[in-house]
Design a binder for this molecule. Structure first.
Ligand code: KG4
Ligand code: ZN
Length: 350
């Protein structure tokens, strides 16, 4: 007999994090994340290596998630997995693993959109979060703003035209001679007292839409370095440059997010994705939102980065709506495509 809220074993494998969580609605019993380090030496995620690493990691991460939750496989009511968007091979490993478990234990398996996972991750931190709200999803692969009105309905109101915010952080970090991924390193080294030391571009910050463009940052950093520091720079300059790059990216994100909050007349904003770990982004968003009495929900880092808890949570909402039996067929497929963007107010496809 299934209890009112099913216990779900969720798998996330869309990029370079192998994650497995045991969840029960918004309650997270465990959320194990194994970040693949193998890509760091290449300065970016190598898809084939990611698939192989997921395959190797998966049994260990599943075992760790069960053990941390003190749950046996026989107590799992339902499985869930990310099916899109992401790296095709990586998605295939996670979804095939989940389907295999579902077949072996004769349980349903719920396919989940990765972006929906990020969109609703605020509920893991604050189960009292109310619709509607604006969600900012910012990672190495995505930078988009959403108007979210229910668990079924959300609208993409703007996205990046080129680089994602995390990509801009990572490319700037590379030019500054820092490691990959460089966003967290820039955050750590930034000397906030000198955040206006150089004015890097804030593309589209005051445009009337919610589009973003971050590709100009790397060009400006490259030009600045060759003009002002052709022979290298000292640590103080590095700390200033980290702060100014960060400020340029954060300024655009915060300005556009708060404009969306005003124009869509909502009282809450959620941030998710790896870049939402940025301390300056969190601080500035909180500071600006407080001026207009807007609530900011910034989930803890383990729910902001790619993680399976958010996948389990979305799966639970789908089960509430359609029932467990709707997910017994296991006939879903993976695909690498991102959300289609509707600019005129219709519902985004998921
Ligand atoms: O969500 P995530 O773990 O993976 C995907 O890209 O899907 O995000 C990783 C991105 C990287 O670009 C990384 O540099 C950035 O998030 N990031 C940060 C911080 N921590 C991670 N960027 C700025 N400040 C941080 N503290
Ligand atoms: Zn993600």
């Amino acid at each position: 007999m299934v209890k009112s809220a099913p216990i779900i074993l969720a798998i996330e494998s869309s990029c370079d994090d192998t994650s497995v969580a045991i969840t029960r609605d918004s309650q997270v019993l465990s959320n194990v994340i194994s970040s693949q380090q193998i890509h760091n030496q290449w300065g970016g995620v190598i898809p084939e290596l990611a698939s192989r690493a997921h395959l190797e990691n998966m049994p260990h991460v599943v075992a760790a998630a069960l053990s941390e939750a003190s749950i046996g496989m026989d107590e799992i009511d339902c499985f869930a997995c990310t099916t899109h968007p992401g790296l095709l091979g990586a998605l295939l490993v996670g979804s095939s693993y989940a389907k295999g478990l579902a077949l072996r234990f004769a349980k349903p398996c719920v396919p989940v959109n990765h972006i929906e996972g990020h969109l609703y991750s605020g509920f893991l931190e604050d189960p009292d979060l109310k619709f509607p709200f604006i969600a900012l999803v910012v990672s190495g692969g995505h930078t988009s703003l959403f108007f979210v009105t229910s668990f079924r309905h959300f609208e993409v109101i703007g996205s990046t035209r080129d680089d994602a915010a995390g990509e801009a952080f990572d490319k700037a970090a590379k030019l500054l001679g820092l490691g990959y991924p460089g966003g967290a390193i820039i955050d750590r080294l930034a000397d906030l007292s000198r955040r206006n030391g150089v004015q890097f571009p804030r593309a589209l910050m005051n445009s009337s839409d919610y589009e973003f463009s971050f590709s100009g940052i790397k060009t400006s950093v490259r030009n600045y370095l060759s003009e002002h520091h052709p022979d290298g720079f000292d640590e103080k300059t590095l700390a200033m440059l980290c702060a100014t790059v960060q400020e340029a990216i954060v300024d655009v994100l915060v300005t556009k997010t708060l404009r969306a909050v005003r124009e869509y007349a909502v009282h809450a904003v959620c941030v998710a994705g790896g870049v939402s770990a940025n301390s300056r982004l969190r601080a500035k968003l909180a500071e600006e939102a407080a001026k207009s009495d807007v609530k900011v929900v910034a989930p803890r880092i383990s729910y902001s980065l790619d993680n399976a808890a958010m996948i389990g949570f979305v799966a639970a909402q789908k089960v509430k709506e359609a029932g467990l039996d709707a997910f017994r067929a296991l006939n879903f497929e993976v695909n690498s495509k991102a959300l289609r963007i509707h600019r005129h107010g219709s519902r985004a496809e998921s």
